[in-house]
Design a protein around this ligand. Structure first.
Ligand code: GSH
Length: 241
């Protein structure tokens, strides 16, 4: 059994998709990040960075104490190694999978996150930041499009954890007005993955579904929600105030 500490954002959805793909039993422990559920001391013992997702594997391979993993890329790799699926064991295919996985967690994810922040949450008047991050996001999506013109999945001919890392953010980019019209190769890839039964299960399950406030274009946070996400409450917990 795996405890999935989960908030219904693209980073959480990556892990739900992987757990559905490998058929590993799991239970969802939901966090409302606007309400500050991620800021407790108890969750800090699971992820000292106080961000979702994280997992606790109560039945590690070979037995022993529960294993905690945070950071979505590390979790995907852990589950791939545990199940022996969706990450080639060696050679060029493994290198390509880890390259694209890290490209997502270190590049596409953070840049998309900043674009989303300035478009959806920041006060008005952020033109420079909006342009900077939407341009960089568009550049990264162009890199992805060119890659997918040459291969069925991002790391080659097989579906891997790198696709699972990229797909949920690509799905949520629609909220920012980034459709698929300009990206024909990405559209084919997107639909191929959307049709997978595990992806359908992960996106339809009631306790995994994103509530409206996570997916709306223009977010109106109250003072407490703002503080929990971006302000004093969020920072104080790491300082230990
Ligand atoms: N690099 C992390 C990013 C995790 C992250 O930013 N999680 C967001 C939700 S997508 C979160 O927990 N936000 C709440 C907060 O910042 O307090 C990963 O890939 O897991």
């Amino acid at each position: 059994m795996i405890d999935l500490h989960y908030s219904a954002t693209p980073n959480g959805q990556k892990i739900a998709i992987m757990l559905e793909e490998i058929g590993e039993p799991y239970r969802v422990i939901p966090y409302d990040i606007f309400a500050g559920d991620q800021l407790t001391a108890a969750f800090g013992r699971i992820n000292p960075n106080h961000k979702l997702p994280a997992i606790v594997d109560l039945d590690p391979a070979g037995g022993g104490d529960p294993i905690t993993v945070f950071e979505s890329g590390a979790i995907l790799q852990y589950l791939a190694e545990k199940s022996g699926r969706f990450l080639p064991a060696s050679g060029a295919a493994r290198a390509a999978t880890l390259s694209w996985l890290n490209w997502q967690v270190a590049g596409l994810g953070p840049m998309g996150g900043q674009a989303s922040h300035f478009l959806r949450y920041a006060p008005a008047g952020q033109d420079y930041a909006i342009e900077r991050y939407t341009k960089e996001l568009t550049r990264l999506l162009t890199v992805l499009e060119k890659r997918l013109e040459k291969s069925t999945y991002v790391a080659g001919e097989n579906y891997t954890i790198a696709d699972m890392a990229i797909w949920p953010g690509r799905a949520s980019a629609f909220v920012m007005g980034l459709g698929l019209d300009e990206w024909p190769a990405m559209r084919g890839w997107f639909e191929r993955i959307r049709e997978r039964p595990a992806v359908a299960r992960a996106t339809a399950r009631g306790d995994l579904k994103a509530p409206a406030k996570y997916i709306g274009r223009h977010q109106q946070l109250d003072d407490a929600e703002w503080s929990n996400m971006f302000g004093d409450a969020n920072h104080a917990v790491v300082r230990g105030d």
